[in-house]
Design a protein around this ligand. Structure first.
Ligand code: SAM
Length: 151
């Protein structure tokens, strides 16, 4: 099989939608740490079988498509300190492929709907993937990010 060219485009099929209380960008939380607001992940019934075993994970990586974000932005000032940084060095929603990610706590399942807490996106944001958070692999004690203020 040929190696894809860097100019190739890929097709992502949403697996569902995120339902949150936030209808306007300015109402969304800016960070995802310690968020209490619950959100529903509404999975397309075509993918419900892919949820088998999801109850075994307390936390999930949730990947979503920040559909209202501009994709031309390459540098943005970081909100905390106003310093201009490349978007790959930040969590800005504005980036060439506006993929958002969060570690969400799994609260409840109702069929093809999962109630979670820890998301920061607009109501109706397309959902692109869910993976279990792996405590032994995904937690990096001592990891640092110099520009992020202390909690
Ligand atoms: N937690 C994700 C991450 O780290 O990849 C996103 C972080 S970004 C700083 C969160 C902000 O993206 C929100 O405060 C809101 O302003 C914006 N946002 C949320 N949902 C969006 C959407 N569907 N389209 C564009 N921007 C969105």
């Amino acid at each position: 099989m040929n190696t894809p060219d860097l100019n190739d485009a890929f097709t992502l099929r949403p697996i569902g939608r995120v339902r949150t209380p936030w209808r306007q960008l300015q109402d969304c939380p800016r960070g995802v740490r310690g968020l209490g607001e619950p959100a529903w992940l509404e999975i397309d019934p075509a993918f419900e079988d892919a949820l088998l075993g999801i109850e075994q994970a307390s936390h999930l990586h949730v990947l979503y498509w920040l559909h209202q974000a501009p994709r031309q932005t390459l540098r943005r000032p970081t909100p905390h300190d106003g310093v201009l940084r490349g978007v790959f060095a930040t969590r800005s929603p504005q980036r060439p492929n506006p993929i958002g990610m969060a570690v969400a706590q799994r609260l409840r399942r109702e069929g093809a709907r999962l109630l979670v807490s820890g998301l920061d996106c607009l109501d109706g944001t397309p959902l692109i993937d869910i993976k279990p958070y792996l405590p032994q692999a995904d937690c990096v004690p001592g990891a640092t990010l110099a520009w992020q203020p202390a909690p």
